[in-house]
Design a protein around this ligand. Structure first.
Ligand SMILES: [Zn+2]
Length: 441
């Protein structure tokens, strides 16, 4: 009897804007592994990495699997074949596949993953890391190694789940027909245990993509039970191929959890900065708003773009307001210095908006009139006098709260409003849950 090997598998960058999808490859691989009767030790992981690097694939998402097998060599070879078969290398995918045989994951992997989430990781560094630490395979330029290694080392502080359903091949590229009413009803019945499914303000279904990829819909939520309940409520005109449930960092804003070093302000790094508004917001052409904050003695320029839906509200910030912004550092251009593209603002403290006004007559409840310079004030109606002006507090047009982009500007990692303050650490793997299924059509 051969001994069992614990195998961590990571892959990334198999898709291109023209089609395919790394999660669909995962679906194919899981299907194969189920037939081989391997022991699954966790749900498949779908980890989104730094959304702000310039050469990312659509969602910059990598997939990881953790299994136990008596036949690792056979399984590795077959998975490699599947990666080759299902990668869209013709259209610019740079797929990578890595294997790591161990139950525990070393600290270097965790650090690597943290960098892939919040910074820009050079692919040559990833190649060196791979050569030193694990078994790897890649096609193209090797860019996929960053996510493939990263997903193995990823540590969840907070997690969500997603049920992705897939189309049968003859339907790839065709329009997706999904009942809007059923999605609305699903939201009503499963909220707040599902999120980002329907946008009421735009009357728009959010669970279905529009591209040529094989995904029919993806339902995101807090636990597998709610996803399965939700999937039953969705009505489609199309017979689907099957589905797979992933554990994910989507909806956690994990990329914003670290403080950005304001002295370095490294291009493409994501994170947060706390400071005081220094130069007040100016709205420029296109409705974009620019301001600067002072943080640890450094002035940081911030940009809030119109499509985020945040620009108008942020234009009400005033000098001295304390804010915590989340976003990414944009590289300097010829015209502009480095700037932080803002994707979230937490208003921590607002300066009082004080104004000196003529005093009010307490008897008549009317504003008094000035009697001339240094002459005091008097009520025109009853003649009552007052010596000086009164300080009046004018209500601010912005509140002490967290401002998030509108749903249409949400990225995979963006924490939706309903998840503010939530930390879902405890999604235990339960193999009795129907987390993978192929429908018999
Ligand atoms: Zn009066």
């Amino acid at each position: 009897m051969k001994t069992k090997t614990i195998l961590n598998i990571g892959f990334d960058d198999t898709d291109s804007p023209k089609g395919m999808c790394t999660t669909f490859l995962a679906y194919k691989i899981v299907n194969y592994l189920k037939k081989e009767k391997v022991n699954f030790l966790d749900y498949p992981k779908l980890v989104r990495f730094n959304p702000n690097i310039p050469w990312k694939t659509r969602g910059n998402g990598a997939v990881g699997l953790k299994i136990e097998t008596r036949n690792p060599q056979k399984i590795k070879q077959k998975i490699k074949d599947l990666v080759i078969k299902y990668s869209d290398t013709k259209n610019g995918a740079n797929p990578a596949l890595v294997f790591y045989e161990n139950d525990t994951i070393p600290n270097e992997f965790k650090k690597f993953s943290e960098s892939a989430l919040c910074e820009l990781v050079n692919r040559n560094y990833a190649k060196k890391f791979a050569t030193k630490n694990l078994e790897s395979f890649y096609l193209g330029n090797g860019q996929g190694l960053v996510g493939a290694i990263g997903v193995i080392g990823y540590q969840f502080d907070d997690q969500t789940v997603e049920l992705l359903s897939y189309r049968t091949k003859p339907n790839f590229g065709k329009k997706r027909l999904i009942s809007k009413e059923s999605v609305k009803k699903m939201k009503e019945k499963t909220y707040p245990f599902t999120f980002n499914s329907f946008d009421e303000t735009k009357n728009k279904v959010l669970i279905s993509p529009h591209g040529p990829d094989p995904v029919f819909y993806g339902i995101r939520g807090e636990n597998t039970k709610s996803l399965l309940k939700a999937a039953k409520l969705i009505k489609t005109k199309e017979k689907l191929d099957g589905y797979l449930i992933f554990k994910s960092n989507q909806g956690t804003s994990a990329h914003l959890k670290n403080e950005i070093n304001v002295s370095e302000l490294k291009p493409y790094s994501s994170g947060n900065i706390t400071g005081f508004v220094f130069e007040e917001p100016k709205m420029e052409r296109g409705g974009h708003v620019f301001f600067s904050i002072l943080s640890n003695g450094k002035k940081v320029r911030c940009a809030v773009y119109e499509p985020t839906g945040l620009a108008y509200e942020m234009s009400y910030l005033k000098k001295g307001d304390k804010v915590k912004i989340g976003g990414a550092v944009r590289k300097a251009s010829k015209k502009h210095p480095r700037i932080v593209n803002v994707e979230l603002v937490k208003v921590l403290n607002l300066k009082k908006n004080l104004k000196l006004t003529n005093p009010l007559c307490t008897k008549c409840n009317k504003k008094m009139k000035s009697k001339g310079k240094n002459q005091g004030f008097q009520c025109v109606k009853c003649g009552k006098k007052a010596k000086s002006k009164k300080v009046e507090e004018i209500q601010r047009k912005i509140k002490k709260q967290t401002y998030l982009p509108i749903a249409s500007a949400h990225r995979h990692l963006t924490r939706p409003r309903q998840r503010i303050g939530i930390s879902n650490r405890n999604i235990q793997f339960d193999n009795s849950v129907s987390w993978f299924r192929i429908f018999k059509n």
